[in-house]
Ligand binder design. Structure first.
Ligand code: ADP
Ligand code: MG
Ligand code: MG
Length: 883
């Protein structure tokens, strides 16, 4: 089979449709070449080979070697240079590129093909010895790091010392002689660390680099990144080999990265950074402070160094045209890498740019209004999960801020937490439940776990496109980067700024929207949702079939849910109302009562309280369906623990403390999750469900009378496994309803149904639907009971399970469609067969998970129910599922 695909010089063996085969980078390089953009020629070794590479024990079969030789010949033919030729050498970059972009995760080697001979040829042909030696020292440094895996600190140190010795500040001040001397030092370092001289054979160099790129697919940091971003290990990476172009050939050369629109706010303005006389990595590595692309951006930032628009007006004009062309061609905002070699522009990469949720909304709405994409496309462009960033609190504008300094607003949102100076500690502290702000001079891919664990990220160096900024935006973490006035001593665990000291553990706040860094915690408020949010949600609602409800018990949650567009309540967990301090004693009295009479005394106390709760809830949800689950958890969850609590209950119930304690001990269960809970409580103590049903109907009638807009209670019986259970419980509920309607002289509509949360219930759904008027899939318990995995104990092994590919995702976060999904499909089918049109919904955590929502759409459920803050996410995901 074919593994090598060429691009450049009028040839494109692939195109943008070939991402799976060529990786994103390779496919887009081929595409750019095919639409006539200036792309240095090269070839891509396909992702298919990645699997072969691992299967063959990390070796290269002869067939591949032959194909690569042809690929090299292709580049040589176009550039007129020869790989390894001492007089006029061809240099290449070896670049990774997976299907999904994994910024900074995989390794790249530049300037490959240099050795002690070719460096002289490069100096000759370019007429620039400094450039040649600079390229050689960069190559050795990168190759030693990425391919030979030597300690890169030693190389950086040698470079620093070389500058210091000569009193230089910038890398660019090093002369050809300085660099030549540095190369000698580097080579000595390699020999010392590797016991072998730096490889001089350019083909050895090439295969070493190709192997390193394929090898990096299984690196620890790539694995972590894949896990966090749900990228399957089987995808593999491609390798791109491409003729070098040089941004480090003096002041008419440069390198840069750009976005066709602002990736933070979404404004329609070119956005980016560039560096004169530099090579690719320099911009993102934060080696020098990059310059702005446009005059407008430079002025807005109050920066001095000339923008590209000013320093290189012609090339800038050309670049701006390319931006527009790429945006129309790809019909999306693009993230671009370019290099200018002696006044000539070269395109090195394009891809759909990562953006904040705010920018995603604005860009989608703008592009639809510009006519570039349709409204449906706009709806499909915004990742539902990303909305999470917008729905959470920002700093209270009225709060006092103790501002320490200001950096770049690299990723929006605000966060407070304890200062932490390394990623391992960040991870540990976060796991212990603390909010942390990760503070680093700059971040690297090794910090990925710490960044994920942190509530926010602060760096002293690096621009808007630095590693920290890009990764934080992708993760939705607030980030302030390049806060140059802070000095960080990570070892000592201290940061100094504005004459003050922040030590590890001190609380700091960052505002990634303004760039401010503050001492102490700052209170937050709900953000105002932008007009774009409303517009896109309206478009989404226009295509959505699934209804979206919320899981809510309190009037406050219910209000938030309605503001976010909830169309009812899908799960009101009545036991949450029982924990209230004012009524817990009555609840305990009920639980610990010896007999029905004792329980009824306590229930009579609870009835008015519970009714008052429902009245408030129904007022918020007037006219909408409200699913109320009757008492579900094992009773012992409510038991007193402390002496004083026992005393209080004893007093209220008028019994002896010792009697209470004995009764509490009797309630102990070995496996409460499968014990005396759910409808089993209702079967053994029907008076509990009777009281709850009464409270529901009294409240509903009262609200209906007051507002004329009756809620539609859907009384839900939990943990049903048999038809008879539901039948008995429905009798209790119906009897209570009739009694209330008779007493109050008014009837309202209601339904009685059940949760499907036991495999038996799913299997017997046909029979159960003869009684139940609706089903709500309680997928938290259904997952537990189907997998035989306790949700509360799964943390110890589930991560390993996901890492080892046993489950693709945490089945408690994203529905196990293959397994649990079958039970849902089967229950839906059998339920509909015996009660056509039976109302079906889902109320587990999964109701807010986009992948699970797509499954619910496919199964034809009527609604999903999610926590209030996830309601907009569910609305958008439901729309995307319907498209
Ligand atoms: P990453 O995925 O980390 O961005 P890339 O393969 O895109 O890795 O390359 C790293 C840097 O090197 C980028 O700035 C890129 O523009 C630059 N680069 C890659 N190939 C070449 C080349 N052939 N000529 C000049 N610069 C290059
Ligand atoms: Mg890289
Ligand atoms: Mg790149």
């Amino acid at each position: 089979s074919q593994y090598v695909y060429r691009f450049g010089g009028g040839v494109s063996d692939g195109g943008k449709g070939d991402k799976n085969l060529l990786g994103g980078k390779g496919a887009n390089l081929a595409e750019m070449a095919s639409i006539g953009l200036p792309v240095p020629p090269g070839f891509t070794i396909s992702t298919e080979f990645c699997q072969v590479y691992y299967d063959e024990g990390r070796a290269f079969p002869q067939g591949l070697r032959d194909e690569v030789a042809k690929g090299i010949a292709h580049i040589e033919g176009i550039t007129g240079k020869t790989f390894g030729d001492a007089a006029d050498p061809l240099l290449v970059s070896v670049r990774s590129g997976a299907r999904a972009s994994m910024p900074g995760m995989m390794d790249t080697v530049l300037n490959l093909g240099l050795n002690d001979e070719t460096v002289k040829g490069l100096a000759e042909t370019s007429g620039d010895a400094r450039f040649a030696w600079d390229s050689y020292r960069r190559f050795i440094q990168m190759y030693s790091d990425v391919v030979l895996e030597l300690d890169h600190g030693a190389f950086e140190e040698a470079l620093e010392i070389a500058k210091e010795d000569r009193g230089y500040y910038l890398d660019t001040e090093l002369t050809a002689d300085d660099l030549q001397a540095l190369v000698a030092e580097y080579k000595a370092l390699v020999e010392k660390q590797w016991d072998k001289p730096f490889p001089q054979d350019v083909h050895d160099q090439l295969w070493g680099a190709v192997g390193a790129v394929f090898g990096s697919w299984q690196s620890e940091r790539a694995k972590v990144y894949r896990r966090l971003n749900d990228i399957p290990a089987a995808w593999g990476t491609a390798v791109n080999v491409q003729a070098m172009v040089f941004g480090n050939m003096g002041d008419t050369s440069a390198t840069g990265v750009a976005f066709t629109r602002d990736p933070a706010k979404g404004d329609r303005a070119y956005y980016g950074e560039f560096l004169i006389n530099a090579q690719g990595e320099d911009v993102v590595a934060g080696i020098r402070t990059p310059q702005y692309l446009t005059v407008a951006a430079r002025e807005a930032a109050g920066a001095k160094p000339a923008s590209m628009e000013e320093a290189m007006p012609e090339v800038y004009g050309e670049l701006a045209k390319v931006f527009d062309l790429l945006e129309t061609h790809y019909r999306d905002m693009q993230d671009i890498e370019f290099t200018v070699q002696q006044g000539k522009l070269w395109m090195l990469q394009t891809r759909s740019g990562k953006r904040t949720a705010k920018a995603a909304l604005k860009i989608a709405v703008d592009m639809a209004e510009e006519g570039l994409i349709t409204r449906e496309e706009a709806v499909s462009r915004v990742e539902p999960q990303a909305l999470d960033q917008l729905l959470h609190p920002t700093l209270d504008p009225k709060a006092i801020r103790d501002v320490l300094t200001k950096g770049l607003p690299a990723s929006p949102g605000a966060a407070s937490g304890m200062a932490v100076f390394d990623s391992d500690t960040a991870e540990k502290r976060a796991a212990a439940g603390e909010s942390v702000i990760l503070i680093r001079t700059e971040t690297s891919p090794e910090d990925i776990h710490g960044m994920h664990a942190a509530k926010g990220i602060l760096t002293a160096r690096g621009g808007m496109t630095s590693h920290a900024a890009v990764v934080a935006r992708g993760m939705g973490r607030p980030c302030v980067s390049g806060a140059g006035s802070i000095a960080i001593d990570a070892k000592a665990g201290v940061m100094r700024v504005a004459g003050r000291e922040i030590r590890a553990g001190h609380i700091v706040t960052i505002d990634g929207t303004t760039g401010e860094v503050m001492a102490g915690a700052v209170p937050t408020v709900q953000p105002e949702l932008s007009g774009d949010f409303g517009t896109l949600m309206t478009w989404a609602d226009g295509v959505r079939r699934l209804k979206v409800r919320a899981n809510a018990e309190t009037p406050l949650d219910a209000k938030v849910a309605r503001e976010f567009g909830a169309e009812g309540i899908g799960l009101c967990r009545t036991e949450h109302m029982f924990f209230d301090a004012a009524r817990i004693t009555a609840v305990r009295q009920m639980i610990l009562a010896e007999d029905e009479a004792g329980r009824r005394v306590a229930l009579d106390r609870l009835l008015p309280e519970q009714r008052a709760d429902f009245i408030q809830l129904f007022e918020v949800m007037a006219g909408l369906p409200v699913t109320i689950r009757l008492l579900d958890p094992p009773l012992h969850e409510f038991l007193p623990h402390e002496e004083a609590e026992f005393a209080e209950v004893a007093k209220a119930a008028g019994v002896d403390v010792d009697v209470l304690k004995r009764r509490a001990a009797e309630l102990h269960e070995f496996n409460p999750m499968l014990g005396h809970r759910g409808c089993r409580l209702g079967v053994t103590y029907p008076e509990i469900y009777e009281m709850q049903a009464r409270a529901i109907f009294e409240a509903a009638v009262e609200v209906a009378a007051k507002s004329g807009d009756a809620p539609i209670p859907e009384v839900m019986i939990p943990l049903v496994g048999t038809r008879r259970e539901l039948e008995l419980m429905k009798q209790v509920v119906d009897k209570a309803a009739q009694a209330v309607f008779a007493d109050m002289g008014r009837t309202i509509e209601y339904l009685v149904g059940t949760m499907i949360e036991l495999p038996r219930a799913a299997l017997m759904a046909g029979e159960i639907a003869e009684i139940g008027e609706f089903f709500s899939f309680g997928t938290n318990d259904l997952t537990q009971t189907t997998l035989g995995v306790s949700r509360d104990d799964a943390a110890r092994f589930l991560t390993t399970y996901v890492e080892r590919g046993i489950y693709a995702k945490d089945p408690f976060v994203s529905l196990d469609v293959e397994g649990v999904g079958q039970l849902i499909e089967l229950a839906a089918e059998r339920g509909r067969a015996s009660r056509p049109g039976i109302k079906l919904g889902i109320c587990g955590e999964h109701g807010g998970d986009p992948a699970s929502i797509a499954f619910c759409e496919a199964t034809g459920l009527d609604y999903v129910s999610a926590s209030p803050y996830r309601v907009p996410i569910a609305r958008l995901a439901a729309a995307q599922a319907a498209l």
